[in-house]
Design a protein around this ligand. Sequence first.
Ligand code: SAM
Ligand code: SF4
Length: 351
Amino acid sequence: MHSEIMQLPVLSAQTLTNQASTTLVDNFGRAITYLRLAVTDRCNLRCAYCMPEDMRFLPTKELLTDAEIVRLVEVCAALGIRKVRVTGGEPFVRKGIMGLLREIKQTRGIEDVHITTNGVLTAPHVPEMEKLGIASVNLSMDTFDEKRFFELTRRNEFRAVWGSFEALAASPIPLSVNAVIMDGKNSDDVIAMSEQTKHRNFIMRFIEEMPFNGGTHKVVAPVWTYKKILSALQEAFPSIEALGRHDHAATAELYRIPGYAGQVGIIAGFSRTFCGACNRIRITAKGILKTCLYDNGVLDLKRLLREGASDDAVKEAIIIAVQHRFRDGFEAERHTHSASAAFDSMSEIGG
Ligand code: SAM
Ligand code: SF4
């Protein structure tokens, strides 16, 4: 059945029938309510786990236009998507991002809009984000050490990012900080970063490294698995308490250090412990639908739009794709990636 998935990108609008639906449910009974939307692949950092130093970004015409993005969000909302995470690449390098966020937020049916950002350009927008009612922000910072920040991101932007951290921590918008943990690079920052939650109410989340780096290096299995991260935390904070997940489909396992204002979290992105409850789809920077992070893209939405497909035809194509989902990230990887092929950069996919 999954060989059909790989043919979905060549489905044309004309081959689709006109079915209506208001809830997206996949072939394993999982309701799909959450869209991660990459609004650009461009970025002002060069994190080593995400892209090569000489990353080649897509030509502008390959990216979705604002009108295409808004239309796709409307179509997804009509299908039952309620939560959108705007990501990239770096969302704040896209021209007119605040206007686009407002349009997404105002889309009928969309309840929550979240943002994932690297913080280089974010601080000045925090007041407007508050006014817009942005539901939460994930800020990526793999270390709180300036010199190490430069080594990890290859850009000298620590102070700007720290400014965004402070602005977000002081705002009422719920904040999580994401750090991808790499052996010998920032693995000894885990405890120092957790300590920052002592007096500040944010969630410090540690992420297993995944292979989505545009071919810079092979990630066969990360040394810092969720188990290793947890045992480092338990060793440093013996009274740490497990809180479980924020909701059934959340990817982070949360923990609390007694007496600390914030929380810590662990995301097993490589070990894929959460696929059974996955409620997410993605639209990549070039308008490809992914129903699993580890698949190769299952439907060319941009092409459908640019060929003049009606909203009903686009909905129908999304429904078909969702009804052919892989069971989990391991099955997706087995079916779509040969051992020698490089994975795309997370900046194009939308992390
Ligand atoms: N530029 C923004 C940022 O960095 O927050 C948004 C896009 S970035 C691709 C989204 C998230 O993906 C970040 O938290 C980043 O740490 C994570 N990410 C990127 N490459 C990754 C990889 N190879 N493994 C695990 N997480 C990765
Ligand atoms: Fe840019 Fe985010 Fe990728 Fe870092 S993780 S290079 S900030 S897109």
